[in-house]
Design a protein around this ligand. Sequence first.
Ligand code: C2E
Ligand code: MG
Ligand code: MG
Ligand code: MG
Length: 274
Amino acid sequence: QAKQQGRAGFCLFTPELGAQWQERHGLEWDLRRALAGGQFRLEYQPLVCLASGRVLGAEALLRWHRPGHGEIPPDQFIGLAEEIGLIGPIGAWVLQEACREAAGWPAPLGIAVNVSPLQFRLPDLYGTVKAALQQAGLAPERLELEITEGILMRDTRETLEVLCRLRDLGVRLAMDDFGTGYSSLGYLNRFAFDKIKIDRSFVRHLTNDPKAKAVVHAVMGLSQTLGIRAHAEGVENDEQAELLRQEGCEEVQGYLYGRPMPPQQFATLFRQAS
Ligand code: C2E
Ligand code: MG
Ligand code: MG
Ligand code: MG
């Protein structure tokens, strides 16, 4: 028994694991300096009306230029930021920056901002959102918060309270990556979401997998029954767009309409469109 544990313990110190630890430690070290170092920026991906092709607004997506390593995708550092207590300040910066940028766009163009479930457990998400809107001079109706399903399962009462206060302020709520989490339909209704964003994984297989098509069909029915706007993520080709149109999907986002882009480029896009 002891010998076994000893061997297991020894295994922890293989050079490979040592290198992994060093890599993570380096990432953490750099992430702690990224905000003060001005290494974050936002890109904007157009949200488009499927029927008219009109640009309705954009989703703000966080980008990190890590010195010596180049661009690090958010999937590779948001989780770490949550773990080491940085998601509060980073999330607040994203809200401020996104609202400031969107305030320069013609109304009613809107801005969608991703909010980590952990931000709901910090003392003052409501205050942070309100301050970001006020500082920017942006009408609350033009801000949409994207929340993943997982949040709704935890801390239900407090979460509900914050969501309700944000709604009272006029901010809109979208459920992000729908279909990948707990998919509790009861919550969808109870939390009074304005929008369901059907996850990219279903859209991707829409044209070749009957199951993906069935899921999209079911979500569309749900959206109609509950009176919640349906949005499809990750639309890459015309066949997908056509099927979504047939299903009655109202809003789309994806490489077919535009990749995430710097703010100047997004400004050019909606100026051309109007
Ligand atoms: P998300 O909120 O679901 O954002 C959509 C992701 O899909 C983005 O990846 C976007 O670039 C990508 N995407 C959009 N259209 C297409 C398409 O047609 N094809 C393909 N293959 N991909 C497409 P990105 O920017 O790498 O962000 C990944 C995730 O990181 C986001 O997923 C979101 O959960 C998180 N994230 C990004 N920015 C923030 C932020 O400011 N705060 C928080 N908490 N999370 C963020
Ligand atoms: Mg999102
Ligand atoms: Mg999503
Ligand atoms: Mg996602």
